[in-house]
Design a protein around this ligand. Structure first.
Ligand SMILES: Cc1cc2nc3c(=O)[nH]c(=O)nc-3n(C[C@H](O)[C@H](O)[C@H](O)COP(=O)(O)OP(=O)(O)OC[C@H]3O[C@@H](n4cnc5c(N)ncnc54)[C@H](O)[C@@H]3O)c2cc1C
Length: 355
C-alpha cells in the first residue's frame, strides 16, 4: 500500500494550495475530497448549454496580496472583473455597499462628500461596545438604512436577525462617502480566464500529488498510511461532533437560462425586502460569455455555510483550541472552514509555508 507524507482532506483553496506547496517541497501527498470534484466551493463547470457556472454560488476573486495573485497566476490567466451589486430598495436599484450615490438617489438629495459625512454623522448611533452585526450597521448608517438594506437580507440569507449575527459579518461591508460602487476595493480583482476548476486542475497536476474523489475522511482515516494530516473540512465534524455542533446554513441555487442579451446592469442584484430569494446573479458579467442567470433561493438542501452567530462563539473558540492542541501533539493541522472569512485565496497562500 502507498504511504504518504501528507493526507490532505478537502480539495478546495485551502487543501489544494497546501497540496501543491508540499508537493513542490518534495512531499508525497494524498488529497481526498468527499465530493466528486476538486476546487471546493469555488468549483465551476461548463453546463449543457456551454456556459461556465459556479455550482456553489458566484465566487469573485479579490485580494490585496501581490504574493497571492502572483502565486495563482502560475496556474491561470485572468479576466479583469470588478464585481458590482445593486440592492432593490423602494423600487429603485441602489449601489451596495452604501455610498454617496445610494443616499442621494434614495433621499433625492445632492450631497457632496462633506454633506454625506454630515448625513452619516447625524443618522449613526453611538454604540460601545459593538457586540453584533446590528450594532455594526446602526453605528455606521443608522436605523432607516439598516432596515432597508440589511435586516431583511440577513433574515433571508442567514435565517437570523441581525442582532444574532456576530459583528464580523456586517463589518465586511464598508460604508463609503464617495461614489465608488465596486463591491470590493481590493487591488487585485479578476476572474480565472477559464474558470476556477481549470486553475485547480493545473495547480494539482504534479507527480507527487495523488487525488482521490468521492472519498470521505471517515472512511480512509484508518486505512491509509500517512505521516501528517491536514484537515480543511468543518472542524466540528472532525471531532465527530463530540465537542458540540456548529450551526450551518444551506443554500439552494437555481439556474435559469434566459433568452435575453442582458438581464441586469451589474453582476448581482440583491432583494433585501421583496421575493423569497436573496439575490440574482447574472453569470455573463462574471465570465463575459454566459447568458445564465442564477437565482439564489434559500432552501435547506446541504450544509454549506457555517453561521457566524454570536451564540456559538464559545463553541467555535473551544473547537479552535482543541484543534490547536491536536496540532501540537499529533502532527495534525487544521484549517478552519469559515466560508466567508477565509476570503478565497488570501488566507491560505499567504500563510502556508511548507515545513
Ligand atoms: C455561496 C458562497 C459564495 C461565496 N463567494 C465568495 C466570493 O465571491 N469570493 C470569495 O473570496 N469567497 C467566497 N466564498 C467563500 C469561499 O467559498 C471560501 O473562502 C473557500 O471556498 C474556502 O476554501 P476551503 O478550501 O477552506 O473550503 P471549501 O472550498 O469548502 O473546501 C473544503 C472541501 O473539503 C471537503 N470535505 C469536507 N469534509 C470532508 C470529509 N470529511 N472528507 C473529505 N472531504 C471533505 C469538502 O467537500 C470541500 O470540497 C463564498 C462561499 C459561499 C458558500
Amino acid at each position: 500500500m502507498n504511504s504518504y507524507d501528507y493526507l490532505i482532506v478537502g480539495a478546495g483553496f485551502a487543501g489544494g494550495i497546501c497540496a501543491r506547496q508540499l508537493a513542490d517541497a518534495g512531499k508525497k501527498v494524498l488529497l481526498i475530497d468527499k465530493r466528486d470534484h476538486i476546487a471546493g466551493n469555488a468549483y465551476d463547470f461548463v453546463d449543457a448549454h456551454g456556459f461556465l457556472i459556479h455550482k456553489y454560488g458566484p465566487h469573485i476573486f479579490h485580494t490585496n496580496s501581490k504574493k497571492v495573485f502572483e502565486y495563482l497566476s502560475k496556474f491561470t490567466d485572468w479576466r479583469f472583473y470588478e464585481h458590482r451589486v445593486l440592492a432593490h430598495v423602494n423600487n429603485q436599484l441602489l449601489p451596495l455597499p452604501i455610498n454617496r450615490t445610494t443616499v442621494n438617489k434614495l433621499y433625492k438629495k445632492d450631497f457632496d462628500e462633506v454633506g454625506i459625512e454630515i448625513f452619516f454623522k447625524n443618522v449613526r448611533y453611538e454604540i460601545n461596545p459593538i457586540r453584533n452585526s446590528e450594532d455594526v450597521v446602526l453605528s455606521s448608517v443608522g436605523k432607516e438604512l439598516c432596515e432597508l438594506f440589511f435586516r431583511g437580507y440577513t433574515r433571508k440569507q442567514w435565517g437570523l436577525d441581525l442582532s444574532e449575527l456576530s459583528a464580523g459579518v456586517a463589518a465586511r461591508i464598508p460604508t463609503r462617502t464617495n461614489d465608488d460602487d465596486r463591491y470590493f476595493a481590493d487591488t487585485y480583482q479578476f476572474m480565472p480566464a477559464n474558470g476556477y476548476t481549470k486553475m485547480f486542475e493545473k495547480m494539482l497536476q504534479h507527480p507527487k500529488i495523488h487525488i482521490e474523489l468521492n472519498k470521505d475522511f471517515k472512511h480512509v482515516r484508518h486505512n491509509v498510511p500517512y505521516k501528517k494530516l491536514i484537515f480543511t473540512g468543518p472542524v466540528d465534524e472532525y471531532f465527530d461532533y463530540k465537542l458540540g455542533k456548529l450551526p450551518y446554513r444551506s443554500l439552494r441555487f437555481e439556474h435559469q437560462h434566459l433568452k435575453v442579451d442582458q438581464l441586469q446592469a451589474v453582476g448581482t442584484v440583491n432583494y433585501p425586502n421583496d421575493h423569497d430569494y436573496t439575490r440574482i446573479t447574472e453569470f455573463k458579467h462574471l465570465s463575459g460569455i454566459s447568458p445564465v442567470v442564477e437565482l439564489l433561493l434559500l432552501k435547506n438542501i446541504r450544509p454549506i455555510l457555517e453561521i457566524p452567530t454570536t451564540q456559538y462563539q464559545d463553541l467555535r473558540m473551544s473547537l479552535c483550541i482543541n484543534s490547536t492542541k491536536r496540532l501540537q501533539t499529533k502532527s495534525q493541522m487544521f484549517i478552519l472552514l469559515d466560508a466567508w472569512r477565509n476570503i478565497v485565496t488570501t488566507t491560505w497562500t499567504k500563510l502556508w509555508a511548507p515545513p
